[in-house]
Ligand binder design. Structure first.
Ligand code: NAD
Length: 384
């Protein structure tokens, strides 16, 4: 079958990690008899340089016409002094809201091969794991098109410097909360059937409203255990006892912060893929396919751009999510995940996931490789 994929490599390490990811997709296409047609589009700093806008209208329109979107990352110091709406990151917000992808799925699991790269001690991991294992496997479902990042924002000007002010607004409608909760429940129904709503209901009215909606929506999922946790406690619990979590559903800003924290526990932000999905929200458990944008959770990493040291695995794993959620190609998605596993089993590591503590939990010697070599190794593993 033929599929069209909008490709937005972006800035910094974006193009470096997107290239091996498309090579992996093509190899999967060859192996399983699919053709992936790419429509390469500009957004972020690259688009600012060529058009003056972070998200040209043609980019959004063309992306909407495709079956799915694969994005590298945008941003960098070159554009940091521009006003907010003209900065590269405005392209992300525009793409997310323009494509209507409101549920951002960010899985964070500790792979056995990367245990040495996890900063937590075994006994800490084991204490919270339901079966006492030194690992964790959680999924953060972050609301992506509402809340603080999209609410009313502004400045209060004054000739008196001390009186100048700025504000952002956390605003959520019932419908926005309900649909992301349902995406979370759909995900939990095919996992360990636990869902934790993370908020600041002790101080924020919007969080109390999240709990009201959750109390109603949860009734439709009696086989899933619903719990509630404050975001500050959650940031601590992720480090103290990550094994207690299955699915976390939370707002845009809390999800942004907590998923970066969770990424560190997996060894590196360079390992974590993400899927941003639109309606239908129950598609995780059924066969309808939602609009999807797929990207690593990391940014453009200007500090390592152009050095062939960025970890491409988060982007490669994002293509597995793309095949699974947007195209329903489960076998093909698993083939990519298995190839990544095989490469890690063989001891290949980019610098960010190399063993820092010299305590190698596996018997395989580690070999540090660059971005390109890591991509090639995944391709080779796919052939086997
Ligand atoms: P970042 O994620 O780019 O980098 C944080 C740290 O992680 C850096 O030390 C970086 O070298 C490292 N890192 C990130 N990805 C890596 C990879 N694949 N392999 C190895 N190491 C990796 O976050 P930042 O430094 O806060 O932001 C840099 C730029 O990216 C900013 O302009 C920011 O706005 C933008 N950004 C974009 C996105 C996106 O496009 N979705 C997300 C976050 C940040």
């Amino acid at each position: 079958m033929n599929y069209s994929i909008a490709l937005i490599p972006g800035d910094g390490i974006g193009p470096e990690v997107v290239e091996p990811a498309t090579e992996v997709l093509d190899a999967v296409g060859d192996k399983f008899g699919h053709v992936f047609n790419y429509v390469e589009l500009e957004a972020g700093g690259k688009a600012i340089d060529s058009t003056g806008e972070p998200l040209p209208a043609e980019t959004l329109e063309a992306a909407k016409q495709c079956d799915a979107v694969l994005l590298g990352a945008v941003g960098g110091p070159k554009w940091e002094t521009l006003p907010g709406h003209l900065r590269p990151e405005a392209a992300l917000l525009g793409l997310r809201s323009g494509l209507g992808v409101f549920a951002n799925l960010r899985p964070a699991a500790l792979l056995p091969q990367l245990k040495a790269a996890c900063p937590l001690k075994d006994e800490v991991l084991m204490a919270s794991h339901p079966e006492g294992k030194a690992t964790f496997d959680l999924l953060i479902v972050r609301e992506l098109t509402g809340g603080l990042y999209f609410g009313k924002k502004g400045r209060v000007d004054s000739s008196d410097t001390a009186a100048r002010a700025a504000f952002d607004t956390e605003y959520y409608s019932w419908a926005e909360i309900e649909r992301v909760l349902r995406a979370g429940y759909a995900a939990a129904s095919v996992r360990r059937k636990k869902l934790c709503v993370v908020d600041k209901a002790n101080v924020l009215e919007s969080s109390r409203f999240w709990r009201e909606v959750a109390a109603v929506v949860s009734k439709d999922y009696p086989d899933i255990e619903t719990s509630y946790m404050y975001a500050d406690n959650c940031s601590m619990q992720l480090i103290r006892a990550p094994g207690q979590f299955d699915v976390i559903v939370t707002s845009n800003v809390f999800g942004d912060i907590l998923s970066d924290e969770a990424s560190v526990l997996t060894g590196s932000i360079g390992m974590l893929p993400s899927a941003s999905l639109g309606s239908p929200t129950d598609s995780l458990a059924k066969n309808d396919r939602p609009m999807g944008m797929y990207e690593p959770i990391h940014g453009s990493a200007p500090d390592i751009a152009g050095q062939d040291i960025a970890n491409p695995l988060a982007t490669i794993l994002s293509t597995a999510m793309l095949l699974r959620y947007s195209f329903g190609l489960e076998k093909e998605a698993r083939a990519i995940e298995a190839a990544v596993n095989a490469v890690l089993d063989n001891g290949l590591r980019t610098k960010d996931i190399a063993n820092r503590s010299n305590t190698n939990h596996s018997n395989t010697a580690e070999k540090i490789v660059g971005t390109k070599a890591m991509g090639e190794a995944v391709l080779k593993a796919l052939e086997q």
